[in-house]
Each structure stands twice: as C-alpha cells, then as structure tokens.
Design a protein around this ligand. Structure first.
Ligand code: PMV
Length: 313
C-alpha cells in the first residue's frame, strides 16, 4: 500500500486577473488535506477508484467514462499511468479521501489529483518533480474549470508560496517574516467555471473597463510580493481591501462575502478580501496573534460556516 498527500490552497492576491495574464500570489494551506492510497488487487479487478467522501466506487472500463463525477478521477489516474509508462494497465485500487471542502476556492480538485499522482508515482517507485505533478494535474483542472490559469495545480504541487503568471515558469518566493490569515468559509458553494465564464462575457462586452481593472489588480499583486518578501506584512491589509473592491467591480463578490469582510475589519483585521472565484467560497482576512481570536469570533457571528487561522511562512 502506498500513500500520496496534498494540501489545499488559497489565493492571496490576483484571482481572475490571473486568467488574463496578470500575476497572482497563492499559498498552500496545510490544515486541510487530500490523500490517496494505492493497493495492488487481484488481476481480474482492473483499476478501481474509491472516493470515500463522495461515496462512490468507480471501475475504470475500456472506454472513457461518461460519469461526470468519476471522469476527473479516471482521467488523472490514466494520464499518470501513461506518464509513468505503466503498461498494460495494472490491477490497483485507489482510495481517495479529502478534508479540503469542495467548491470553496481551497483547491479541492487540484489537491485530490495531486495526491493521486504522488501515490501512483510512489507505488511504482518512479520519481516525479513538482513541475511534472503540476502539469499532469492541470489536465484534470481543465475538466473541472474550463480554462483555468493553472495557479491551483502549481501552488499545490510546489507546496510553497508562489508568484504565478500564466504560461511562465513558476516563481516560488521568500516570505520575509511569517504572518497569519483567517480563512472564513461562507458555506456557499461556487462554480469557478461559471464565475470565470461570467467575467469573460463581461470582458468581451467591455474589454477596456475590464483590462483596466485587471491592470490595477496586477499592480496590487506586484506591490504585495515586495511587501511579503520584505516581511512588512502589516502593510498588506490596505492592499487586500483594495483588491476586494476591484473584485466587487468585476462582479464576483456577494452580499455574504461583503458582510464577512466588513465584520473582519471591524473586529481588528488589517484587511480582508474574497479569495478564489468568488460569489461564495472563502473570505481571507489579515490577522495577528493578538487579533485572531476576535476576528474569528466576528466572522462566525457574521455567518461564516468555518474559520481556519493559517500561517504564511
Ligand atoms: O475558486 P478557485 O480557487 O478555483 O480559484 C479560481 C481562481 C480564478 O483566478 C478565478 C480562476 C483561475 O483559473 O485562476
């Protein structure tokens, strides 16, 4: 039996604009985790995928599956086996478990795929680099999200803070001094594919307005990177607030996210913004060891389903 693990992630700055070539910053979140377990089974069983949290068992057949739920898992398993040059198909059971909440901007699909790739590579004793893991996982991210920027698979495969520009080599960067953020779950699922599609429609109708908003977001990301590298994280709050306002202007915030942002700031957070696709999912707020408890309480009182405090280091 062999195991593979992967963390969740949050985007600190730059979501949506990153789809249009601007930079974004994302960090791994280790409090949530996906895991995959690979076991050899009798030869007549073929490849079986057990998704424990989704309560389904899928047997990989000779033709690609038409089952929507199973397709991304089947795809990552088959693409990885192909990459590892494992032929003929082995008889294995892959069991997947995850504490990364689904459709909340925490990268659940990329985390599950990454855990599967790592478990399979370990099972067949083949070394695989983070870049190779990331590229394989991207191929299933396309099934989930349409035309994703690739930031989720990158930050999760590299497991360190990344400054990401679509199509460019990943730039891991140094965090000058660790800092903390609260991650508050609105409890509202959000489809990245739908929200990204809506932004595209709006951009097509009014490219000048949207390009200008993306440029402003891109400039915030560049400033944020310098601040994080210098260890001056107390200066990040206003940038988070500004980024949130620009995301509102893109039309991807919601009443719930705005309420949580307001509650966090009132309770002492340095700044707050939605994270990920928006409309639901998560809000992030800049906290310190001193403000964390009050901010967490305020977020819960304002309706957050769950709150995690995570260190960025
Ligand atoms: O909701 P998430 O975590 O999948 O984030 C989506 C981030 C976007 O920038 C909106 C889309 C993308 O592909 O980068």
């Amino acid at each position: 039996m062999t195991m593979g693990y992967a963390p969740g992630k949050v985007i600190l700055f730059g979501e949506h604009a990153v789809v249009y070539g601007r930079p974004a910053i994302a960090i791994p979140v280790t409090q949530v985790q996906a895991q995959a377990e690979v076991q050899d089974v009798p030869t007549d069983k073929g490849i079986v995928i057990v998704a424990e949290d989704l309560s389904f068992i899928h047997r990989v057949g000779p033709e690609p599956t038409i089952n929507e739920q199973a397709r991304p898992l089947e795809t990552i398993v088959l693409k990885t086996l192909e990459w590892l040059h494992i032929t003929p198909r082995p008889a294995i059971c892959i069991t997947v478990r995850s504490t990364v909440p689904l459709a909340r901007g925490l990268g659940s699909s990329a985390a599950v795929s990454t855990a599967i790739v790592r478990a399979l590579a370990a099972h067949f004793s083949i070394a695989i680099t983070p870049q190779e893991v990331s590229e394989l996982v991207y191929q299933t991210e396309i099934i989930h999200h349409g035309t994703p920027s690739g930031i989720d698979n990158t930050v999760i495969a590299f497991e360190q803070p990344v400054y990401f520009v679509r199509g460019k080599p990943v730039e891991p960067f140094q965090v000058g001094r660790p800092f903390h953020i609260a991650i508050a779950d609105t409890g509202i699922p959000s489809s990245t594919k739908v929200v990204v599609g809506d932004v595209r429609t709006a951009w097509e109708a009014n490219p000048e307005r949207y390009e200008a908003l993306f440029n402003r977001i891109g400039a915030i990301v560049q400033r944020a990177r310098i601040i994080i590298e210098r260890g001056e994280s107390h200066l990040l709050g206003p940038l988070m607030d500004e980024n949130h306002q620009l995301l509102r202007a893109l039309g991807v915030s919601s009443r719930e996210l705005d309420l949580l942002a307001k509650a966090a700031r009132k309770a002492g957070a340095g700044g707050a913004k939605l994270s990920g696709a928006g409309r639901g999912g998560n809000l992030i707020a800049l906290v310190t060891p001193k403000t964390a408890t009050a901010v967490e309480r305020a977020l819960r009182e304002a309706g957050a389903r769950d709150v995690l405090i995570t260190a960025v280091s």
